[in-house]
Design a binder for this molecule. Structure first.
Ligand code: NAD
Length: 477
């Protein structure tokens, strides 16, 4: 399959190598993608550079916005095909994949309608001068996205960059990129000029590393693991290129004794089992006030037992883990916790007749996890929830802030003063009060503090990230 898009044309890797695409539900190869490398990245960056001085660079913001909206419409018109690709590639339940496709269409609609509403400023200065602050694209932007929400990430990363007039090169994850390839095909159909959107499939250490180190890029945005985030920042720093990093999390759900059980329970269970826990903002730590700990945790355990795991077509709560490496990693977290004596309070269940070799893991709920245990501090990136008791508000805040991450947090209390105090002191990029919003929320700026990364995607703030300013000083006397 020719899956590299450069200058509006699909091509194989320069050295014609390929990568097998594996179905996580049965570990069988069902397709292949081109294994792009340094030579392909160079061609893609050159094409993007040319696009900036070609038809793409000359388009008005309104015209760019219309193209984005058209792409959003085409995504919806082809929604079922994209959802089927996404489900097969990642293993996620088909209903979840269908929803993800709606979200990616929404990204193109949101940023398409915003493209011509980002204005500059004028600055009062000396007599005889007009000074304007003009918002301009970075130029060539590099986009590296992970496998957990490939379609959503495609829209989240590219739509604001294209809306601001950048020419883009995207390197999707080698583990799941089929939906992105289809959406890139639709971008050509929508009429994006050659070179505006280039796609290089391949491995991270090859195509990804070549892209972030390329001296021809002007900006980079990366979503993935904290370890690779460091590599990306080092590579871009060598060319003095700024980057946005969206990394991992260990997000707390902080449950106070006045919690409304009925409101909180379904949301809390979904926040860790959604996408089989492979969500950067998964609510993976359940912090519960000691006075209600046993009662609340027992109610969570009851619901956990009802969570079911199956193939995309079975359309249960969770699918398999995306690949063998992550599968082994998640299972190791679970077995080590059991061996070290952490109480396993509940497990989800497998659906009937699962394929033998699929990467299925039963969601696991652990109680009274010691505060310094690996499970309480490290990101599992799987359906594993750790409950930890706290004494009072002060203790809750200290515990919530006790990891190296800070991506999202949930606060569950009916007390208004407490809602305000805790939300102010929790260190994270997003805070949810009596709700939780992993995924979706196109309008809501998203990103982390501490080792969860820096910079913001989503919402109108992403348009600022994906552009820079030029100060124009005009002397008219
Ligand atoms: P990963 O860091 O291994 O891969 C992410 C992307 O980076 C992939 O496209 C990969 O090919 C590429 N890559 C790998 N090595 C590279 C290198 N040396 N140079 C450039 N690119 C390289 O992460 P993953 O396994 O795909 O995803 C899991 C991790 O991502 C988890 O830790 C999770 O928390 C994080 N994540 C964060 C967010 C977020 O929005 N903050 C979203 C999804 C996943």
């Amino acid at each position: 399959m020719k899956t590299i898009l450069i200058d509006g044309r699909w091509q194989a890797a320069q050295d014609e190598r390929t990568i097998d695409v594996i179905d996580p539900s049965n570990a069988k190869v069902f397709s292949s993608i081109s294994r792009g490398g340094e030579a392909d990245v160079k061609l893609a960056v050159d094409a993007a550079r040319r696009a900036l001085s070609g038809p793409w660079g000359k388009m008005t913001a309104t015209e760019r916005g219309r193209l984005l909206q058209k792409l959003g419409e085409l995504i919806l018109a082809n929604a079922e095909e994209i959802a089927q690709l996404e489900a097969r590639d990642t293993g996620k339940p088909i209903t979840v994949a269908r929803n993800d496709v709606k979200v990616v269409a929404r990204y193109f609609e949101f940023y398409g309608t915003a493209a011509d509403k980002i204005h500059g400023e004028t600055i009062p200065y000396l007599e005889g001068y007009n000074v304007s602050l003009v918002r301009v694209p970075h130029g060539v932007t590099a986009h590296i996205i992970p496998w957990n929400y490939p379609a959503q990430m495609f829209g989240r990363s590219l739509a604001p960059a294209l809306a601001m007039g950048n020419a883009t090169v995207l390197k999707p994850s080698e583990d799941a990129c089929l939906s992105g390839i289809k959406i890139a095909e639709l971008a050509i159909e929508a009429g994006f000029p050659p070179g505006a959107l280039n796609l290089v499939t391949g491995y991270g250490h090859e195509a990804g590393a070549a892209l972030t180190a390329h001296p021809g890029i002007d900006f980079a945005t990366f979503t993935g693991s904290p370890e690779v985030g460091v590599m990306v920042q080092e590579a871009t720093a060598r060319n003095h290129v700024a980057c946005v990093l969206e990394l991992g999390g260990k997000s707390p759900q902080i449950v106070f004794e006045d919690v409304d059980f009925d409101k909180a329970l379904p949301v809390i269970v979904k926040a860790i089992t959604q996408n089989a826990g492979q969500t950067c903002s998964a609510g993976s730590r359940l912090l519960v006030q000691e006075s209600i700990y046993d009662k609340f945790v027992a109610a969570v355990a009851e619901r956990f037992k009802a969570v079911t795991v199956g193939t995309p077509e079975m359309d249960l709560d969770c699918g398999p883990i995306v690949n063998k490496k992550q599968y082994d990693r998640v299972r190791k977290f679970i077995s080590e916790a059991v061996e070290s004596g952490v109480p396993l309070l509940a497990e989800g269940a497998f659906g009937k007749d699962l394929p033998a070799d699929g990467y299925f893991v039963k969601p696991a709920f652990f109680g009274r996890v010691p505060r310094d245990h690996r499970l309480a501090c490290k990101e599992v990136f799987g359906p594993v929830l750790s409950a930890i008791p706290f004494k009072d508000e002060e203790d809750a805040i200290e515990l919530a802030n006790a990891t190296e991450f800070g991506l999202a947090a949930g606060i569950w209390t009916e007390n208004g003063g407490r809602q305000a105090r805790v939300s102010q002191r929790v260190l994270s990029g997003q805070v949810f009060i009596n709700c939780y919003g992993a995924g979706g929320g196109v309008e809501l700026p998203f990103g982390g503090v501490k080792k969860s990364g820096h910079g913001r995607e989503k919402g109108l703030l992403a348009l600022e990230e994906m552009s820079t300013t030029k100060t124009v000083v005009h002397y008219y006397k």
